[in-house]
Design a protein around this ligand. Structure first.
Ligand SMILES: Cc1cc2nc3c(=O)[nH]c(=O)nc-3n(C[C@H](O)[C@H](O)[C@H](O)COP(=O)(O)O)c2cc1C
Length: 172
């Protein structure tokens, strides 16, 4: 399975990196970074990454065969562009490919509170089978640290796209 994580300019960019790290190396995985990320440092750490302006990169084409795109975190700007079909960078282009090819697209919108515009965009995308999964804490997993809470978000995202993990305590 081919999986890409795109990191937009919303707060919590490290959540995207942690999600990438949590995906087993048996998956073919890619990272798409927005313009503010530290590309050199991450390349040196071995991330299989593209920059957002690299619109010619593989995931921009349906023929590349990407199965899953997770935008973590997803800014309201990127959400709005995806909702109206704007494909002006690698993240938004890949998202539009996932929608047209009927593949799995998960967005983790990060904003508080959500405006009516953002809610309308999320509703429109949810009706197209896009998974809208903001980083919202649950208490049944008994988090005792920020790390526990983030592992819950990431575990839920991986559940939603069908990737096995053991990141949080499930409700029994
Ligand atoms: C410190 C900081 C925090 C931000 N946090 C958020 C956020 O949580 N959610 C959001 O939608 N935008 C946030 N923004 C605004 C986005 O970075 C901005 O809208 C940007 O244009 C998004 O670009 P992108 O969608 O191409 O990544 C933040 C900006 C800054 C400087």
């Amino acid at each position: 399975m081919k999986v890409a994580i795109a990191i937009s300019g919303a707060s919590g960019t490290h959540l995207g990196l942690k999600t990438y790290d949590a995906i087993p190396s048996s998956y073919e995985k890619y990272l798409i970074l927005n313009d503010n990320a530290n590309v050199v440092a991450l390349k040196e750490q071995g991330y299989n990454l593209f920059e957002n302006h690299q619109i010619w990169a593989g995931p921009a084409s349906g023929s590349f065969g990407l199965d899953v795109l997770m935008v973590v975190p997803c800014s309201m700007n990127t959400l709005a562009k995806i909702a109206v079909g704007i494909a002006d960078n690698l993240t938004t282009r890949t998202a539009s490919v996932m929608i047209k090819e009927r593949k799995t697209l998960l967005l983790a919108p990060r904003e508080m509170p959500f405006s009516a515009i953002a809610l309308e965009n999320m509703h429109k995308l949810a009706m197209l089978n896009v998974i809208i999964a903001p980083p919202i804490a649950a208490y049944y997993s008994e988090p005792s640290s920020m790390d526990d809470m983030e592992n819950f978000f990431i575990g839920k995202w991986l559940d939603l796209v069908g990737i096995e993990h053991d990141l949080y305590k499930r409700w029994r």
